[in-house]
Design a protein around this ligand. Structure first.
Ligand code: APR
Length: 310
């Protein structure tokens, strides 16, 4: 596709995203990292897979944002992971500063680009990027729900011995253990989960989804998930670049939708060339609505903590 995508952060998530985008024939991919040589080396390596795969598109890497000039989409994955002895607030402050810096530097080069934030804690980082961007909220959003829903679908598929293609699941809310898998608005072959799976079994699938990221961290010991996250990012990039009007769970700026105001939060959104073109409001059960509000309170606490640190 004749689009230029820049990926900021050439770590596991960023580099894998860049590889997927290159392999999907996006005409130009630019990879940026603060670590000298890292983005250059990984991009050159990916570029050299071109002749093997029969691809003539282009990828480059740098510490210098000039290579990102005139991007259509910017994906922000730069940040640091929590290290031993580091408090949540320490991490919040560091990642907040990183996201602010890279958002500004990227938008200096590509003022019209759409921005997809991936760095955690996701909802708060999306809010921070929005604040420093001076952009309309439809142009700046976060990736979390596509991943959380993919995890839920995987577990449902395994449990019910049904193709992932016959399952449509929806996970909304904040990206963390307060996320809200919607049981009446998720379906196996058109039948809702509440009708299809007995409650105890369903509770276990929900719990495993809510701990989906931690389950992988426990296996890996160092680092966190990146294959499913990068696939999820590319799904969102595809939706906006193809102007596909796909409805995907998206971390969007809410202005009263679902009873939540002035907060980035996971909701279904129609994605097209203008970014978020519509926020879809489902009819929720009372308990789902209550869970969503609880999740919003948790996100708001993180945002407040972030504001107090700045
Ligand atoms: N500018 C550019 N790159 C930066 C900056 C900065 N100011 N600060 C850090 N980085 C880079 C690091 O050098 C590193 O290469 O961001 C990269 C992050 O990569 P990883 O540590 O491998 O983290 P990753 O697994 O890719 O996750 C990135 O996505 O899913 C989220 O929770 C995850 O917040 C994390 C982010």
């Amino acid at each position: 596709m004749n689009k230029k995508i820049s990926v900021i952060g050439a770590g596991n998530v960023g580099a894998t995203t860049a590889q997927r985008l290159f392999e999907k024939s996006y005409s130009e991919v630019a990879l940026i990292d603060i670590a000298e040589g890292l983005a250059e080396g990984k991009a050159l390596d990916i570029l050299q897979s071109g002749p093997v795969l029969g691809l003539d598109n282009y990828i480059s890497g740098s510490t210098n944002y000039e290579i990102t000039k005139n991007s259509d989409v910017i994906v922000i994955t730069s940040g640091i992971a929590r290290k031993p002895g580091m408090s949540r607030d320490d991490l919040l402050k560091i990642n907040m500063n990183i996201v602010s810096e890279v958002t500004k530097k990227s938008l200096d080069q590509s003022p019209d680009a759409l921005v997809i934030v991936v760095t955690n804690p996701l909802d708060a980082m999306a809010m921070q990027a929005f604040k420093v961007s001076e952009k309309k909220p439809n142009k700046i959003f976060g990736m979390a729900g596509v991943l959380d829903s993919a995890r839920f679908t995987t577990f449902i598929s395994q449990s019910e011995n049904t193709s992932v293609n016959s399952i449509s699941s929806n996970v909304l809310g904040g990206h963390g253990d307060t996320m809200v898998p919607l049981l009446n608005n998720s379906f196996i072959g058109g039948k809702s989960l509440t009708e299809s799976i007995e409650p105890n079994k369903l509770d276990k699938l929900v719990e495993r989804t809510q701990n989906g990221g931690a389950e992988i961290v426990n296996y890996l010991k160092t680092g966190s998930a990146f294959y499913a996250p990068s696939a999820s990012i590319v799904k969102m990039v595809d939706a906006v670049c193809a102007d596909a009007k796909t409805v995907l769970p998206t971390t969007a700026y809410l202005q009263g939708e679902y009873g939540i105001n002035d907060l980035y939060f996971g909701v279904p959104a129609k994605l097209g060339k203008n970014g978020i073109e519509e926020i879809i409001e489902y009819e929720l059960s009372d308990s789902e609505q209550a869970d969503l509000i609880k999740s919003a309170e948790a996100v708001r606490e993180t945002v407040k903590a972030m504001e107090n640190l700045s």
